[in-house]
Design a protein around this ligand. Structure first.
Ligand code: PGA
Length: 248
């Protein structure tokens, strides 16, 4: 079965109820005939209003993080059940900004992934190497280490979306070349085939993320192993629709 492409936005800490609602209203008619799945991952506090704004459209609403515990004394955190309450479908886990600024480790990524799965959310699990790791020729070792720990205890790999986001390409305007992105994503798929089974690995949606935009999306999406994108900056504007419609 062919994999259905999946383009997701990551608003990060941007937008308000008013600007977000307006953007979804403007995007909806532009993306309605998309041949891919479409989602916008938004700050937790905007989830209720954006779910409302996206009602009746083909834009699914996702979150940007989730806590691993079902409930409890975790001031400031949001549980998977709270997201589910609002019909959230996807949740970004292990974004490099969380790893860099908020002490996220492969162990906590793993716990969040397991919590999301058991609540019926689809994790968009982010992995990727830093510039110094790439320059030291460590990309595949880093990816292998991340996959090994982040996926511990995950039985059905087809329930997870993986976003390969080279840290050096995020928000920098410096995109990986089509070949670099394809090479690493194909490596991820081969590794998943070893960890699970070749047939399962063939079904996993693997996105590229890192300065993907209206200008470079066609080339990236043409690569055989790249099934979509996780879009930061370009998801804050109507350009997002151009990426969603890369094939038109
Ligand atoms: P960017 O962000 O598209 O702004 O580089 C991508 C991401 O962080 O998911």
């Amino acid at each position: 079965m062919a994999r259905k492409p999946f383009i997701a936005g990551n608003w990060k800490m941007n937008m308000t109820v008013a600007t977000g609602t307006q953007l979804i209203k403007d995007l909806a008619p532009l993306v309605k005939d998309a041949n891919c799945d479409v989602a916008l991952c938004v700050p937790a506090i905007l989830v209720p209003a954006m779910t409302e704004a996206a009602k009746g459209t083909n834009i699914a609403i996702g979150a940007e993080n989730v806590h691993w515990a079902a409930s409890g004394a975790y001031t400031g955190e949001v549980s998977a059940a709270m997201l589910k309450d609002y019909g959230v479908k996807y949740v970004i886990i292990g974004h490099s900004e969380r790893r860099q600024y908020f002490g996220e480790t492969d162990e906590t990524v793993n716990r969040r992934v397991l919590a999301a799965l058991s609540a019926g959310l689809t994790p968009i699990m982010c992995i990727g190497e830093t510039l110094s790791q790439r320059e030291a020729g460590e990309t595949e070792a880093v990816i292998t280490r991340q996959l090994d720990t982040d996926l511990q205890g995950v039985e059905d790999i087809t329930k997870i979306v993986i976003a390969y986001e080279p840290v050096w390409a995020i928000g920098t305007g410096r995109t990986a070349t089509d070949e670099q992105a394809e090479e690493t994503i194909a490596f991820i798929r081969r590794r998943l085939a070893e960890m699970y089974c070749p047939k399962c690995a063939e079904q996993v949606i693997i996105q590229y993320g890192g300065s993907m935009n209206a200008g470079n999306c066609k080339g990236l999406m043409a690569q055989p192993d790249i099934d979509g994108g996780l879009i930061g900056g370009a998801s804050l504007k109507l350009d997002f629709a151009k990426i969603v419609n890369w094939d038109k």
